[in-house]
Every structure is written in C-alpha cells, then in structure tokens.
Design a protein around this ligand. Structure first.
Ligand SMILES: [Zn+2]
Length: 224
C-alpha cells in the first residue's frame, strides 16, 4: 500500500481567505537560545490551509467537525473530476455532463487553479473559481452516497461571486427531505499530483479540537 497526502503543509505565509488572520507560528522554547528543547506556539484561524467545513460553519447549532465519527471521514469510492476552470468561473451543471458518479462517496474537483497557489497567491485568493449552488444541489439530490466534496482552490465560493458562494455552502449543508445527508466540504486541497484512477481510499483527519465548526485537516489517500 502506498499513501500520499492531498493536503498542504501549513506555513506562516500560507494563503488564507481574504479577511482571515495570517497564521502565526512562533518559536517558544528554543535550544538555540539556551532552552532545553524546541517548542512552538501556533495561532491560526480554523479555516486556514487545507481544511474541512462541517454544517455548523453556516448553520448555527448543527453538526461540528468533532461530531463526526472516524468512519464518516473515510471514503472508499473517491473520484476526481478534472474540470479545469479559469479565474472567477463556476463549475456549472453543463460541466457535469458525462460524469459517472453512481458509486462515488466523495468527489474532488480538480480545477487546476492550484497552480497559482505559490506563483500568484493574490490571484489564488481573489480570482478563484468555485462550484455553483446548482451543482451542489444536483449532487445531493441525485447521488445520495456522496458525503464529501473537495476542491483545489481556496474555497468552493468564488471570491468574486460571494452570493453564489454562500448559496453553494447552504446547499451543501441544509437539511432537506429531497436531499441526501449534509455534505462535508474540503477546501484548499492539493490535487495536482494525483490522477483519478490512482485513488483507492481517502482518509480525512481533522485537528481534534472540540467546539469549533470546521478544522484544518490532513488528507491521506491510498493509491494504486
Ligand atoms: Zn472553509
């Protein structure tokens, strides 16, 4: 068995949503200063770096990330959809034509916008593509095995389309008799080094912090 990560390391200059506090990772005890050991103090917002959004992010008093059992964070039929998108574009229903989702329990959207994460962080944060609310609703309505959606850009919300972005999040989380269970959303994923056929199983490991809506996470993928 071979594993790769589909999450980015968190650095103090990791790109984070506009308006969030930059991550701070500061030395505390340091051997170089005469202390007996090395340690650090980290101060980050919970939506920093690769992170997983749970329903409580947009729906007060709903499921927080600590309310998920480990089994709910393991996906044995993950698929990657390669739908390349440029700046400010949304993944629309017409992009889903031909996608085979019947067995999927998790869908990762590879937009290829990840290429700007290091080379042009400003563009990565302010021109990102997103997922239309209609696509989220359609997935929940028609593919009830799907429990998680991920994307290789800073958010499923296009920064320039905030209303659509909010609606997309609400469509992912809201309770509705026509729809399958609420989705989890993984944002700021690392998908550039993986192809669809490679994936066998995905394990999402959020930071184990209680009382918060969502959390940074490590994503392990078992590959062929
Ligand atoms: Zn988020």
């Amino acid at each position: 068995m071979q594993y790769v990560t589909l999450s980015h390391w968190l650095l103090d200059n990791s790109p984070v949503h506009i308006g969030l506090k930059k991550p701070e990772i500061n030395p505390n005890s340091q051997i170089s200063r005469g202390d007996g050991y090395n340690s650090y103090i980290i101060n980050v917002e919970n939506h920093s770096g690769t992170h997983i959004d749970a329903p409580d992010h947009f729906l007060n008093n709903s499921k927080q990330i600590s309310n998920y059992a480990p089994n709910e964070l393991i996906f044995t039929n993950p698929i990657i959809l390669e739908i390349f998108k440029g700046q400010n574009e949304l993944i629309e229903l017409k992009d889903m034509v031909g996608a085979y989702l019947n067995d999927a329990d998790c869908i990762f959207f590879r937009t290829d916008f990840e290429k700007y994460r290091d080379s042009d962080p400003e563009k990565y944060l302010t021109q990102n593509p997103g997922i239309s609310p209609e696509v989220i609703y359609w997935i929940r309505e028609n593919f009830k095995n799907v429990r998680c959606i991920g994307i290789d850009c800073i958010s499923i919300s296009s920064y320039q389309n905030p209303n659509k972005g909010k609606e997309a999040h609400l469509n992912a989380f809201k309770i509705d008799g026509n729809l399958g269970e609420s989705l989890l959303l993984i944002e700021d994923m690392k998908l550039s080094e993986i192809k669809n056929g490679d994936l066998k199983c995905v394990i999402v490991i959020p930071w184990q912090i209680e009382g918060i809506d969502s959390a940074p996470c490590t994503i392990l993928a078992e590959i062929e």
